[in-house]
Unconditional design. Structure first.
Length: 107
């Protein structure tokens, strides 16, 4: 199962889906990333914490812990957390608004 890591933290979280949609208006890109996870108490608490602290990177790893998606240097804010009962488990959909941080001259 794929795993996601935020902000280069130690913890990774198993995910069941990921989708990112980007729009471009007047030279500005705005993206929304949707992450689907199975909820367990530690995951729900961690995601709420990211809602407060923000997200500066998203990395997704495959079953062999190989990096398959890397989004660095972003200004990500959790826009919404949706928790839904599905059968006997809780599914969480995390909606992250993503903006790319502009590089300063000399960076």
């Amino acid at each position: 199962m794929a795993k996601i890591k935020f902000n280069n933290d130690v913890n990774t979280y198993p995910i069941t889906g990921f989708n990112r949609n980007s729009t471009f208006t007047d030279g500005v890109m705005t993206s929304y990333a949707y992450v689907n996870l199975n909820a367990i108490p530690s995951v729900a608490s961690a995601l709420q914490a990211y809602g407060i602290s923000g997200i500066d990177s998203i990395k997704i790893y495959d079953d062999n812990d190989e990096l398959m998606y890397n989004l660095d240097n972003i200004d990500g804010q959790v826009a919404a957390l949706d928790e839904t009962l599905s059968g006997t488990s809780i599914q969480i959909t995390m909606n992250i608004e993503v903006k790319t941080i502009e590089q300063q001259a000399g960076d």
